[in-house]
Design a protein. Sequence first.
Length: 143
Amino acid sequence: MTSIVEYMTSQHRFCDNSFAAAEIAVSEKNWSEAEKQWGVFRRDLEIHLINEEETLFPAFEQISGNAAGPPAVMRMEHLQMRGMVESMTEALQAKAADGYLNLSETLMILMQQHNMKEEQMLYPMTQQMLPDTAAVISSMNDL
């Protein structure tokens, strides 16, 4: 059986891979490949964020009884990431490689720090606290 840590970390890696592929394509000014990979990244990221915001975080908050804990911080960071993704989408549409790559560096750092907090703290805590992690993972698969 897959754990929450494994399941959610694998989603991070899918996002990381398409993010890196889009960055390479932009640096090479291969705009069609950049748009393709960026579309994959945006879709995978949004699915991941929705999985967390609509399933994982509420389950954590219900069990912990704390709505102002780690998930609240993660939600704020999700808002920051979504804003940066929109700015990067605009840069990509304008074929502004320098603007895109500058934003890309910032978003990569934000995502790395965010993912580390989730993978090392939030996911393991959630795994330990939830009585039925298989049901939680199954409901995320339905998205």
